[in-house]
Ligand binder design. Sequence first.
Ligand code: GLU
Length: 283
Amino acid sequence: MNVTRFAPSPNGPLHLGHAYSAIVAHDLARQSGGRFLLRIEDIDGARSRVELADEFREDLAWLGLEWDEVPAQSSRVDEYEVAAATLAAMGLLYPCKCTRAEIAAASKAMGPDGPVYPGTCLIDPPKGEEPVAWRLDVAAAMARTGMLTWHDELAGEQVARSDLSGDVVLVRKDADTPASYHLAVTLDDAADGVTLVTRGADLFAATHVHRLLQELLGLPVPRWHHHALLLDSDGKKLAKRRGSPSLAGRRRAGEDGKALADQLRAGELPTGITLSAYLHDPV
Ligand code: GLU
């Protein structure tokens, strides 16, 4: 029995890629007699727009999906703080004041999330009063846990390469955005009882970090299902910022959402859209 989830961030409308992701998660739950959860990931500070969450619910209903909604991230901030304090007490977090530009200039390697943090503040801790982010000392964390593995339903058994992303931020500088995606999503999936984490293959590398956090925090280890991505005619993944047509727009234009969902299930994609051939970025 799979407990799966769809976890959209309300920072822009849902598009066809989200529909595909939600349908995959929904069907993997239903086929096993399990539960499909909706979780609104709304801790992205100023970029989160509350009204979009209602639109998301309407979009999912229009696609013919049924779900159980679990608490939004904004209601779970205290739990993120407790977990961060636990990791800090283990000596695994360090403060960092570096800006994106400083990191880009000093970084020597490109990771899945962009330039890998060069460890500036690990070597030379910030002394001033300015706001700091808290980063995970990944080498120290991996030394503590030893080798870890995780299982993806499509890609098979994986050795956790938690070092690929470098020392990720777990607590952000910005007081409006208390926890980073990595910390919040790992805690939420455990709290919500998710047993099969379904999401796009673009988040494959993030799972290496999540597996490490699960081990450090004593959380249950789910299985994963990273699905292929819908690509536009330029071969790029559909994206809010690239203006992919929204589900809400299709819905308001009178399109039949259930028929669209069945077409996606059958692999019948609208003209110009293809499914990525790769399951995850090879590393
Ligand atoms: N909130 C994330 C997003 O909208 C998804 C996170 C996940 O599925 O792990 O991209």
